[in-house]
Design a protein around this ligand. Structure first.
Ligand SMILES: Cc1cc2nc3c(=O)[nH]c(=O)nc-3n(C[C@H](O)[C@H](O)[C@H](O)COP(=O)(O)OP(=O)(O)OC[C@H]3O[C@@H](n4cnc5c(N)ncnc54)[C@H](O)[C@@H]3O)c2cc1C
Length: 463
């Protein structure tokens, strides 16, 4: 095995000797992959095709002890460390040049307790795998809306999804976690064990350690629910979005509906209304009816369907390997002014793949206080500005995303969603963590004083 060039925390180059890499390999239950291995390129690939980074070592842990070894190595040598759950971070935080990358993609075990309505899951589980397993018992919890996303990155940043208005965010359903912190200790985090760490990992978890196990609360859902999509012409965006807003403010918690400006697979610019009702199917049908009558829809694809199908229904809109640049803004109200901005700027998407997604928070999400967990922005509407294109440079698409972001600024509460942020820097971090930033910085100083976990929307340890 050849020596291997790595990146230190201060950005300097460091060489790892071939024999010491072999010694580490021999100690691991899981795998160690370097650029000499045939699957190195496949393993370092992440969702956003703009990201092309070459880690020094990829450790695919077989157990928690392997994670401790990876953290110890990074600490002893002062190396950059990254963690990959499902690899969907559009900022590419799962991978960095010259880093030690802990890659959970092979660790997918799940243990459902149907009596207690809980599940313990390893961090490599994807949303679709999680839903399929828990639905075997007629159970589910809030997760995101694209089935290939990883549960760990999503939950540790908050976790927005269909069930949130009834059951809270994914992180609100986290009961406990096992975390390897920067000192190499394996800690439990829950309401009763290291509660300050537990507070921090529910919304800012990418900053505080490597989470090796997540335990969630589950709820009876489905297996059949009422869901689907209704499409209207984007040319009527003002009228549709106003009607959607008026409807959304009165929705019961069981019912969730998002609005999205996008281009259909046939190339038609549309406003899509996505629907999921997690209560009785007939009640969902009744509640969804007004959404199909804003005007004559281009298409109404709602109906009874398995919950797992609702969880996959927009998968095709976000294929692995496209290029991405995202920002988000939390707006207090979907006012006429905000709608005018969206209608105007979505009329000139920089790419037919781009999407503006509007999701109502509220319900159970806003019954948890903004400072009760690290996830602060819990009311109003989350607007995700998704720049997506298949080929070519990023400039034009980034400009469009930023233009929408700036256009929404007068309506913003000043908040954003950490998991939708492609930019880095303290300004972006303060926006995402909002009123919790300073408490998080103090906890960062306690649990990660040297900022080992820095490849994320980073919180600087309180000096
Ligand atoms: C197509 C698409 C659809 C999406 N839909 C939704 C949605 O519906 N709802 C929503 O809330 N979000 C959504 N997101 C955003 C998503 O939550 C983030 O991209 C999230 O980071 C994905 O987690 P991951 O594990 O796949 O990502 P990764 O890139 O693997 O990780 C993301 C971050 O989490 C950290 N991390 C991952 N695992 C661990 C761990 N075990 N311990 C410590 N840190 C860890 C990483 O270091 C990194 O900083 C979507 C993203 C995409 C690309």
């Amino acid at each position: 095995m050849k020596d291997c060039k790595a990146t230190a925390l201060d950005g300097q180059e460091v060489y790892l000797k071939g024999p010491e890499i072999e010694t580490l390999r021999g100690k691991l239950r899981g795998r160690l992959i370097t650029a000499e291995d045939p699957d190195y390129d496949e393993t370092r690939r992440v969702f956003n095709a703009l990201i092309d980074r070459r880690p020094a070592l990829i450790i695919q842990p077989g157990n928690t002890a392997d994670v401790v070894r990876a953290v110890d190595l990074a600490c002893e040598k002062g190396l950059l460390l990254t963690v990959r759950g499902g690899g969907h971070s559009v900022a590419g935080h799962a991978v960095a040049d010259g880093a030690v990358m802990v890659d959970f993609s092979a660790l997918k075990a799940m243990d459902v307790d149907p009596e207690a309505r809980t599940v313990r899951a390893w961090p490599g589980v994807r949303l679709g795998e999680f839903d399929a397993r828990t639905q075997d018992f007629g159970l589910a919890t809030t997760l995101g809306t694209v089935s290939d996303t990883g549960i760990s990155g999503l939950t540790l940043g908050g976790g927005i999804g269909w069930l949130m208005r009834k059951y809270g965010l994914a992180c609100d359903n986290l009961l406990a976690a096992e975390v390897v912190t920067a000192d190499g200790q394996v800690r439990r985090a829950s309401d009763t064990e290291n509660p300050d760490l537990f507070w921090a990992i529910r919304g800012a978890g990418h900053n505080f350690g490597v989470v090796t196990e997540l335990t969630y609360r589950l709820h009876p859902v489905g297996p059949m629910v009422f869901g689907g999509l209704i499409l209207y012409p984007l040319s009527q965006a003002r009228q549709i979005l106003r009607a959607y807003r008026d409807y959304a403010v009165g929705m019961p918690d069981e019912f969730n509906a998002f609005a999205a400006c996008l281009t259909s697979p046939e190339g038609v610019p549309v406003v899509g209304i996505g629907v999921c009702h997690c209560g009785p199917v007939d009640e969902g049908r009744r509640l969804a009816e007004p959404l199909g009558r804003f005007m004559r829809p281009l298409m109404d694809m709602t109906g009874p369907m398995p919950y797992v199908q609702v969880q996959r229904m927009i998968d095709d809109a976000a294929p692995f390997g496209a290029r991405h640049y995202w920002k988000s803004s939390v707006i207090g109200d979907l006012s006429d002014g905000a709608i005018d901005v969206l209608a105007e700027l979505c009329g000139r998407f920089s790419s037919p793949r781009s999407i503006v997604l509007i999701q109502p928070l509220g319900g159970a999400v806003s019954r948890v206080g903004p400072e009760a967990t690290a996830f602060a922005h819990r009311s109003g509407f989350l607007v995700s500005i998704i720049g997506m294109w298949l080929e070519g440079p990023a400039d034009e698409h980034k400009s469009w995303v930023r233009e929408v972001y700036r256009g929404l600024a007068p309506f913003s509460t000043g908040g954003a969603y950490v998991n939708d942020e492609a930019d880095s820097g303290e300004g972006a971090a303060r926006t995402a963590y909002g009123p919790n930033y300073e408490r998080l910085a103090r906890l960062k100083a306690k649990y990660d004083p040297d900022n080992l976990f820095r490849v994320n929307l980073n919180i600087r340890p309180w000096a």
